[in-house]
Design a protein around this ligand. Sequence first.
Ligand code: PHE
Length: 375
Amino acid sequence: MSDTDDSRLEAALAAIAGAADGDALEAQRIAALGKQGWVSLALKTLGAMSAEERLVAGPRIQAMRAAVAEAIAERKKALDSKALEAQLASEVLDLTLPAPATPRGTVHPVSQVMDELAEVFADMGFSVATGPEIEDDWHNFTALNMPESHPARAMHDTFYFPDEGAERTFDRAPNSRRTLLRTHTSPVQIRSMVEHGAPLRIIAPGRVYRSDSDATHTPMFHQVEGLVIDEGIHLGHLKWTLETFLKAFFERDDIVLRLRPSYFPFTEPSVEVDVGFAIENGRRVLGGSGDAPGHAWMELLGSGMVNRRVIEMSGLDPDRWQGFAFGVGVDRLAMLKYGMDDLRAFFDGDARWLAHYGFSPFDQPTLSGGVGARA
Ligand code: PHE
């Protein structure tokens, strides 16, 4: 028996060492160690042996089993490393090839313009302030000198939250505060004065909401508020600031402003600011006086000297502190600067529109590099 087994073992070890691949090796394993394999069958014969016979045959058969198992493990290792080598040889990685293009998002024109505004005004010493989009009627209206009877407070213009919400969130009496989606960024004027006092130089870009919807109005749009509070501030500071801002933002030295008397409850006097423009290739291009041939005036923003009642309601002494404020539509600025004509497309979320009008996230606006991004 032992001679047959010896030659069998020899043959098996040779077959294992010569197995060409994983499948051939597996076949050898089954032939030897499988349920019906010759090693397994040899192990079974031990049961029928006498104790003395088993003492001799047992260790022998166990040694054969160990030798076969070891040979299989060894061959498997060799085959694996051969397979890896073959894979490495066939899959050559050419590091000089250009990287595959990964789709990259773009910066929305509104975000781009807000960054440009922050950059332009930072250069003039303004910091960026923010306020909540869910505002209360005191900050949005009352403290801005807009009395109960003001038409802007009407339901058809303004998105109010149900009264019950106000009951839970605010003290209703004596100064009831209803919540609404802010209709302008002007409440940030109040919040900034209340929180930081004077002097103050801020811009406040953000979303605002009005019950309005057509080609030039969307229920949500963007404004940027500006506020300067200091001693001895007058209308000349307002005009210089707006002129400097518009020249830097539109990257043109020939921007001409026209100040027209207007009315806002929170400024006194109030001025509407127009800019001169001409039509070039079907596009409005700012620059030059609106009275020049081929030119016209376009209303761009509202502004004025902060009403002393507003300064007072914000907890400052209006005999010591004066200031000016302005509010501009950010979407409008973006359309004018970058030549889009339908406001609604701004908020459709169409990836093709964004790919066309969006900006590279790596092209940060700076005054030295030019705030206008190259699309
Ligand atoms: N809040 C005004 C609006 O939305 C704009 C404005 C801001 C006017 C600041 C004057 C001063 O129309």
